[in-house]
Design a protein around this ligand. Structure first.
Ligand code: WT7
Length: 634
């Protein structure tokens, strides 16, 4: 790549090298963009043709009942068939599908497509033996081990709807999600490893299940081997089940309607409880397949590493489904970036010859802090493309990533998307000129706009609400069990347009610059948390009468959680109590939700109707103007 300032484009621009252009699938971005703009359905049908359908669709896009869009209507398909079976008829049968390394580096596991098929079939048979049928929900709560992938694919194979709960969440978060989904089965492991310590997943499940009547069975995969209680009749060791005759290597794939739900994934919204986003077998499959192929340019000789967790949408789309749909070889690492040393990831890249690497800005900033000497110990020359996701990447981090990790050879794909979108929405492809900090332009078939409060486009360079104008195949279909909330949350502010919840700017070259969330979502280290969840964890403590949580800028995490608490009478503010409350949130919600700071206050700013004005708290905490406070009750 080369950097230049050009008279044609605004700001600092990085152009692709001839080698990058030479290998890219998309050589002529404009041509494909035009193709999709002129014929959205035709463009997506063309992509869908590359996959296998039990029965082809009658109609690509049905928009007769907006905003309940349907894709590939009338088609029959199963995503797992396209992730696995499709490849077994080709040379990919013997190709490495997945390889994995344990946190301590002592264990390596590898699976060809043939082997993945066997693992998934066995797991699917066991899940079926637990009485799970098409349409039933299964909660998966595990660490980063291959079985989490097999469990997801096994559910999809038999038509069960998986609901993965991130293994870093704790009891309240898990319980709420199991209850809302009415899962009959939970798949977990005895524990997972984090920084050399065991995370007690199974014990957390036990506590969570105390309040959940729907769960009949728990499958426990052995990972750590430490002692965990097993409840007779309810809990089953996976390895014991594998020894039973039902756990054989063959399992029929359920034929699904394209619009049948594939999974639900809970995410934080602006208010209230997390909502279950619904994705489907057909459209989601086409969307994740196409975006991963074009944006990360995956070829048969690539070694792809998406360093996210399968428990978030990034993992669903780009660790599990997208790579397998593409017949790619992908790596999964059990641990985090800096245990035992800050070179752990760079060591993996060298050891396993990773060619395309995808991570979050927070990780880059965290690793930058340890200095260049750590990555410089390693040969990173296998890399050819890099990616970023989860929050805006600040130009300093972008340049460090570009120079120190990519050695100025590897374009950085800054992909903007959401749990709801299922696939990349604003993103470059490898040959697109890059500007550090911008995700460039909408993906093929998409158009984005920046609107003001009244719904009119703002001039280029001005901040406003980011909306998407066109439907896309991997779009969420609804909120599980609450279609009204789906309409209200995403489609009511600007009828006909999808409201992203982000603010952004567009520059004169049509490049988009994401600024951040405009709702009550906090992005801590790229993880999406809701103020409501943190607040409800706080008020479950006997000392707290009322609480408000906000996100404030943080050098490494992007945002950190700050909370304001009003104490019940009889309790006195103290540093010890503040610490106790921080710990309380971590225990109930998960360590990622641990507040940075707890402040005790006598009063919270509220509207006359009693809503907490977090915006005012945020402005005050940063010494910024409070904006319009005409509705403040004081
Ligand atoms: C929110 C969605 C989808 C992957 C993981 C996040 C922020 C995501 C970017 C990016 C700037 C980004 C937005 C968005 N976001 N990617 N490349 N640049 N901001 O999914 O947890 O549903 O969060 O993450 O604010 O709305 P999520």
């Amino acid at each position: 790549m080369s950097t230049t300032k050009t008279p044609e484009m605004e700001g600092e621009v990085y152009f692709p090298s001839p080698q990058v252009i030479e290998q890219a699938y998309v050589k002529d971005w404009e041509a494909l963009a035009k193709r999709a703009r002129n014929d959205l359905a035709g463009f997506w049908a063309e992509q869908a043709e590359e996959l296998e359908w039990v029965q082809k669709w009658d109609k690509v896009l049905d928009d007769s009942d907006k905003p309940f869009y349907k894709w590939f209507v009338g088609g029959k398909v199963n995503i797992t068939h396209n992730c696995i079976d499709r490849h077994l008829k080709t040379f990919r049968k013997n190709k490495l599908a997945l390889f994995w390394e344990s946190e301590d580096g002592k264990l390596e596991r590898t699976f060809s497509y043939f082997a993945v098929n066997r693992e998934v079939n066995r797991m699917a048979n066991i899940i079926k033996a637990m009485g799970i049928q098409k349409g039933d929900r299964v909660t998966i709560y595990m660490g980063r081990i291959p079985e989490i992938i097999f469990a997801m694919l096994a559910c999809a194979k038999i038509g069960a709807i998986h609901s993965v709960v991130f293994g870093g969440f704790s009891v309240d978060a898990l319980q709420g999600r199991i209850e809302d989904s009415l899962s009959k089965l939970v798949i977990t492991c005895d524990g997972s490893y984090q920084n050399g310590k065991i995370v007690e997943l199974k014990r957390t499940v036990d506590t969570a299940l105390k309040g959940c009547a729907s769960v009949e069975n728990v499958i426990v995969v052995k990972r750590t081997g430490h002692e965990v209680p097993m409840e007779a009749g309810r809990d089953h060791w996976y390895h014991d089940m594998c020894a039973l005759p039902i756990a054989n290597d063959k399992c029929a794939t359920e034929v699904m309607d394209t619009e049948d739900p594939l999974y639900i994934l809970y995410t934080s919204g602006s208010t209230g409880k997390p909502k279950a986003i619904v994705h489907t077998h057909g459209g989601y499959m086409v969307g994740t397949y196409t975006t991963l192929k074009y944006v990360f340019d995956l070829k048969d000789d690539d070694r792809w590493w998406c360093a996210a967790d399968p428990g978030w949408v990034t993992g669903h789309s780009y660790i599990v489904y997208g790579p397998l749909l593409n017949g790619a070889t992908s790596f999964m690492f059990e641990g985090g970036p800096s245990y035992p040393y800050p070179n752990r990831w760079w060591q993996c890249i060298e050891r396993f010859g990773i060619t395309v690497f995808y991570t979050a800005p927070t990780a880059i900033r965290g690793l930058m802090r340890f200095g260049e000497a750590w990555p410089n110990k390693h040969d990173l020359s296998s890399l050819r493309l890099l990616g970023s996701v989860g929050e805006p990447i600040n130009p300093e981090a972008w340049k460090w990533y570009y120079r120190v990790i990519g050695k100025e050879r590897c374009p950085i794909m800054d992909t903007w998307w959401q749990t709801e979108t299922g696939m990349f929405m604003i993103t470059p492809t490898p040959t697109v000129p890059l500007k550090p900090g911008s995700g460039t332009r909408p993906f093929f078939g998409q158009e984005a706009e920046i609107l003001n409060e009244e719904g009119r486009p703002v001039p280029d360079g001005e901040e406003g609400y980011l909306v998407l104008k066109n439907p896309w195949p991997a779009m969420l279909r609804t909120i599980y069990g609450d279609p009204q909330r789906y309409v209200q949350q995403y489609w009511s502010k600007y009828p006909g347009k999808y409201m992203t919840g982000d603010s952004a700017k567009r520059d004169k070259d049509g490049y988009f610059w994401i600024i951040g969330r405009v709702d009550d979502v906090i992005k801590v280290s790229g993880h999406r948390l809701g103020t409501a969840e943190v607040e409800s964890a706080l008020v479950s403590h006997p000392a707290v009468a009322e609480a408000a949580a906000i996100g404030l800028p943080h050098d490494i995490k992007g945002q950190a959680i700050h909370v304001f608490c009003l104490l019940r009478s009889g309790f006195t503010a103290s540093p010890e109590l503040a610490e106790e409350l921080r710990q309380h949130v971590a225990t109930h919600m998960g360590p990622i939700a641990r507040p940075e700071e707890v402040k005790f206050v006598d009063k919270l700013p509220k509207t006359r109707s009693g809503k907490i004005m977090r915006r005012v708290l945020k402005a005050r905490a940063q010494g910024l103007p409070e904006g319009d406070i005409s509705t403040l009750e004081e």
